[in-house]
Design a protein around this ligand. Structure first.
Ligand SMILES: [Ca+2]
Length: 223
């Protein structure tokens, strides 16, 4: 996050405070704080000083919020806008991946491939906001039958809906856990569209079931 000062007439430098503690002294008129934690809120203020040691009062605080948001949730404006899947109706619809229902065993709220998927399943999600992705949570379905779990998942991202998808992360699913969290590498790219590519299951003609996917990130300051 960046802090800006405009009036530097007669000023030698600035003392920068975060949540009341001084974190830096700089002669520059901009300052970028990279030492922040996700899911936190910070208040910044600045004191200017001149060559004689005179200091200004505190500046009006700048508040920076870096909370993580679930960007895929249907209730927040996320949507499945395209998919290739052999079973895509009723309770098995791809839209069930973002409907907020994360149950392990009941029949509702899950997505399922066809029983004999011969190709990779691709599901395209439009996020509620353009963001730098930070993590993806997978909620597995059919925990009682591990043959129904996908083995490999690839996550792609793009600023646009129809092209320019590039891979963000390859995920290997852990069969033993219902809820799994995968931290995204910081690509520095703002993402609006996510493609989830699910490899057919184990090569044994079993279908693939997922209860929910939550895609989280930090909303771009440009939005
Ligand atoms: Ca669901």
């Amino acid at each position: 996050m960046e802090l800006f000062q405009s009036d530097n007439v007669g000023v030698s430098g600035y003392r920068i405070f975060r949540n009341g503690s001084q974190i830096a002294v700089t002669g520059e008129t901009t300052y970028s704080d990279t030492q922040f934690s996700l899911d936190s809120q910070y208040t910044y203020s600045v004191i200017a000083y001149d060559a004689s040691g005179n200091i200004s009062g505190y500046s009006i605080p700048a508040i920076a919020d870096v909370s993580i948001i679930n960007l895929s949730a249907e209730s927040k404006g996320g949507s499945v806008y395209n998919f290739s899947s052999q079973a895509n109706s009723g309770r098995r619809a791809a839209a069930n991946l973002i409907d907020g229902i994360t149950k392990k065993t009941s029949s509702g709220g899950a997505w399922s491939s066809g029983k004999y998927p011969s190709y990779s399943q691709k599901i395209f999600i439009e996020l509620s906001d353009t963001a730098i992705l930070t993590q993806i949570n997978f909620y597995m379905k059919g925990i009682e039958d591990k043959t129904k779990w996908p083995k490999y998942v690839r996550i792609y991202g793009s600023e646009y809906p129809d092209s320019s998808f590039s891979i963000i992360k390859k995920i290997k699913i852990n069969k033993a856990t219902h809820k799994q969290k995968f931290v995204m590498p910081n690509t520095g790219k703002a993402i609006k569209y996510v493609k989830i590519r699910i490899k057919s299951n184990h090569g044994h003609r079993k279908y693939v079931r997922l209860s929910e996917v939550k895609i989280k990130g930090v909303v771009s300051a440009a939005q």
